[in-house]
Design a protein around this ligand. Structure first.
Ligand SMILES: Cc1cc2nc3c(=O)[nH]c(=O)nc-3n(C[C@H](O)[C@H](O)[C@H](O)COP(=O)(O)OP(=O)(O)OC[C@H]3O[C@@H](n4cnc5c(N)ncnc54)[C@H](O)[C@@H]3O)c2cc1C
Length: 221
């Protein structure tokens, strides 16, 4: 990612308070997206531009930087060589152990959500979950945490991350064209998907079948 003063670009997203997500590079093998976010650095309006990529892709880091530089040209930046910075993000993968004797993983160490690479709210939820697992060990003095991974997988948080892992496989895998086309055409799917992602109206606790019914049910009135 890199930060560029808005005044040195043609980007209008700062004025309109817009966040841009661009998934078009999925067709070139990217398992992720390009973003452009408005931000203030030392009170100066900037655009933060970056590329998110899941680790299991055929694209190298050099490919990612090339694709990002190509996309950056769209903003017509006046800076000739922007300063790029990179950070590793590990996406949650169901079935991977999250604990060992004297060790419990939380947050990015356990896995951020793989579809968008979001991890702040999940890190807070992980913290709550780990605290509940650690508390009884202060009394029992058993620190093997042998049930932690399985209990996590059965929890609401574990199920949500597993579904996001599956969604990432659908949208970034061999069926990506179908799922993007469907998401682009169906307003109901967009609405249910966003509500589920944001945990609105209890959608994160409803079953997949309920979501399918809500998307397919005939219009009334
Ligand atoms: C460029 C970028 C943009 C992102 N944007 C978003 C976003 O918009 N929304 C969102 O939800 N998520 C976003 N994320 C992901 C989010 O930042 C992480 O998922 C989240 O910060 C994870 O929290 P954490 O507490 O697990 O880890 P961290 O925030 O990485 O905290 C770990 C801490 O441990 C410290 N530490 C490491 N080793 C040691 C050690 N040996 N001893 C003591 N301390 C140590 C580190 O210095 C760090 O302070 C983004 C990530 C990146 C890289």
């Amino acid at each position: 990612m890199c930060d560029i003063p808005v005044a040195e670009t043609c980007w209008d997203g700062f004025l309109t308070q817009r966040y841009d997500f661009n998934f078009t590079l999925v067709t070139q093998g990217l398992k992720g997206y390009l973003w452009a976010f408005p931000c203030l650095i030392n009170e100066v309006p900037h655009v933060n531009v970056g590329i998110y990529s899941l680790g299991n892709t055929r694209l190298s880091n050099a490919d990612l930087q090339r694709l990002l530089a190509y996309d950056l040209a769209r903003l017509k930046p006046q800076v000739s060589s922007p300063k790029f910075r990179a950070f590793p993000i590990y996406g949650y993968t169901p079935g991977r152990p999250l604990a060992a004797p004297h060790v419990v993983l939380v947050g990015d160490a356990a896995g951020a959500e793989p579809l968008m690479g979001e991890g702040i709210s999940f890190a807070l939820e992980y913290g709550k979950f780990a605290a509940q697992a650690i508390l009884p060990t202060l009394r029992t003095r058993r620190w093997d945490f042998s049930e932690y991974s399985e209990t996590f997988a059965r929890s609401g948080l574990g199920k949500k991350l597993a579904r996001l892992h599956m969604t990432a496989c659908l949208f970034y895998g061999s069926t990506s064209r179908f799922w993007f086309a469907l998401a682009a055409r169906s307003r109901r799917l967009q609405s249910v998907g966003l509500k589920w992602y944001n945990g609105v109206e209890g959608w994160h606790q409803r079953s997949g079948w309920e979501a399918v019914r809500a998307v397919l049910q005939p219009r009334t009135g």
